[in-house]
Design a protein around this ligand. Structure first.
Ligand code: NI
Length: 255
């Protein structure tokens, strides 16, 4: 399996990252994409990717921190993105649930980072919370999926997912897929084409059942894969193989 979205640089993993990585390997997770959310975490992710063969990194400013994206930071992100094993720009997007940065600044940072990805010919990893319509509008207007992209921890409806797929995106499911009341996500997971599905943990957040509320880690992406296999009526091994191939394709990871 490939965990397509993890925050291994989070301080939650400061003490036992080696054990966390060992458990991931043991669970059958061969690669982990470590996602940046501000400048520091992007640097740290790039650093982890340099030190561990199983880790790849993305660099970007999360909508929560959109207000920190100035010209200078954008230039520093550009330089980071050129480093080896940095596979995408993200996570970027809009969060109209917590509104930790003003909405106008979120939009500006989102668009600027889409343009950065286009300059570098890299895919984007998108965070969308309670902003489906505006995220879709920006994606279409800016052709954000031109080099591929991932809708991380997808929470929208099936028709929107199909529209995003048309725009070049992959749809990624995290721990909430395992929740009993996640009927909408279950439907999406059953109806969209298999060759556009990814799995992720978003660790240390979003632990799947039965670990809800506890620290999440890459090994638990297995529970997301198992749920997906159940929803699609397929074998776990098949789902693991297909979602790994999808992740390799969108992030252009060889072998
Ligand atoms: Ni995340």
């Amino acid at each position: 399996m490939i965990d397509s979205h993890a925050h291994l640089q989070d301080r939650e993993f400061n003490k036992d990252l080696d054990k966390v990585l060992a458990r991931a390997t043991e669970a059958g997770v061969e690669k982990i994409v470590c996602i940046g959310f501000d400048y520091m975490s992007s640097r740290q992710g790039m650093d982890l990717a340099r030190r561990h063969k199983s880790i790849f990194a993305t660099v970007g400013i999360h909508p929560h921190d959109a207000k920190t994206l100035d010209e200078q930071t954008l230039e520093k992100l550009y330089d980071l993105a050129l480093k080896p094993r940095v596979v995408a720009i993200g996570e970027i997007g809009l969060d109209y649930y917590r509104n930790l940065s003003p909405r106008e600044q979120q939009k500006k940072a989102f668009i600027e980072q889409i343009k950065l990805a286009q300059e570098l010919e890299k895919p984007v990893v998108i965070h969308d919370r309670d902003a489906h319509q505006e995220v879709l509008e920006i994606i279409k207007k800016e052709k954000a999926g031109i080099n591929g992209g991932v809708m991380h921890c997808y929470s929208g409806h099936t028709p929107l997912a199909l529209e995003l797929i048309k725009e070049g995106f992959y749809i990624s499911f995290a721990g909430p897929l395992t929740f009993k009341n996640a009927k909408k996500s279950h439907e999406v997971a059953q109806k969209i084409p298999l060759d556009r599905i990814l799995i992720e943990t978003d660790c240390p957040y979003l632990s799947p059942e039965p670990f809800r509320g506890k620290r999440n880690e890459p090994a638990q992406v297995k529970l997301v894969a198992q749920k997906l296999a159940e929803l699609r009526g397929m074998k776990f091994e098949e789902i693991a193989r297909i979602t790994s191939n999808n992740a390799r394709k969108v992030f252009r990871i060889d072998a």
